[in-house]
Design a protein around this ligand. Sequence first.
Ligand code: NAD
Ligand code: IPM
Ligand code: MN
Length: 357
Amino acid sequence: NQIAQITALAGDYIGPEIMAAGQKVLATVAKNQNFDYQITDMPFGGDAIDKTGDPLPQETIDASKNADAILLAAIGGPKWDKAPRRPEQGLLQIRQELNLFANIRPTKITPAMMKFSPLKQEKPVDFVIVRELTSGIYFGTPREKHDEYALDTMRYTRTEIERIARLAFEMASKRRNHVTLVDKANVLDTSKFWREITAEVAQEFPNVTYDQSYVDAASMKIIASPEQFDVILTENLFGDILSDEAAQTTGSLGTIPSMSKGIDGPALYEPIHGSAPDIAGKGIANPFSMVKSVAMMLANSFDRQDLADQIMTGIDVAVERGIVTPDLGGTATTDEVTATIIDAINERRNSYATDNV
Ligand code: NAD
Ligand code: IPM
Ligand code: MN
């Protein structure tokens, strides 16, 4: 029985608060389940700038590359906004160093969570945004800032589009067989290129329905008719924006996890939100996004869907008991929510054990 090596990057502001929650829940589900793991905490983001002068020190890169999986909470904040290399720079760099080109951001509203949704009608919301993560306008060059003008470059290669499109179709074939490409093909050449290549990839998947939506309309449809989406395939910047919007349909940005993966090597799991400086230090950050990131890690990097399911059920039980943080309208602290999830996991285990005497 091998020991799973997990590198943990807690980061800044609420980062360490929710990382602690995630690790406690991991310890609970792992107990007596034949899942042995070891966590190595490494400095990252503003925390690493304070300790080493660099948001992504070499030792953190090495520890991440050598891990079986990486857990990241959140980085950045006003303290380092003027740093020569900001925390966000470190985040973009680790994605590129590990070639994490695919960012999977699931939005699902469970029946228990439905009461928090700001959507007027109750609809089955269960879709995944497949966001390209290591190219596009985030990384394209030239990139320049002058006194009288500045410029960024949106650039995509055929290879970059093909591999993420294929991943989206493969994912759809294990879900509801529907891919929607979101782009701005009525204006941008990069988007026209995405359409050409994605149409080619679509032919490899005759059982998957394929359509397209312009990004402006797609942002409306996420509110008006989210049930029409299964897998949304999109480029880096559009995926960033649409995933925060999608998250809010669950009631809070603080509920959505993500997985970032490459071809081989460790995947990285992190909430989609940031370090929430406005609520840091108060002990009220919603731990759901981080705890679900742990569940995603167990299912995808360690083939332990069983443990992931226990975590997801634990979250729903906390919701049913009304133990939620203020972003979801509750009064509970991060620790109280985490303790409720842990209790729920343990209670179910005990009742299962009793049922099977
Ligand atoms: P944010 O996502 O940190 O916060 C936006 C709003 O959502 C805030 O009001 C915040 O309180 C709330 N929120 C977010 N997560 C929450 C949680 N778990 N529980 C309760 N409320 C939560 O975005 P921002 O304020 O625009 O950015 C703050 C910093 O985070 C910036 O430096 C930004 O660059 C960085 N950032 C980092 C990541 C990351 O680490 N992956 C992602 C996004 C933003
Ligand atoms: C995210 C964040 C990052 C991004 C920032 C902090 C660089 O917003 O992970 O969604 O834009 O990718
Ligand atoms: Mn974002």
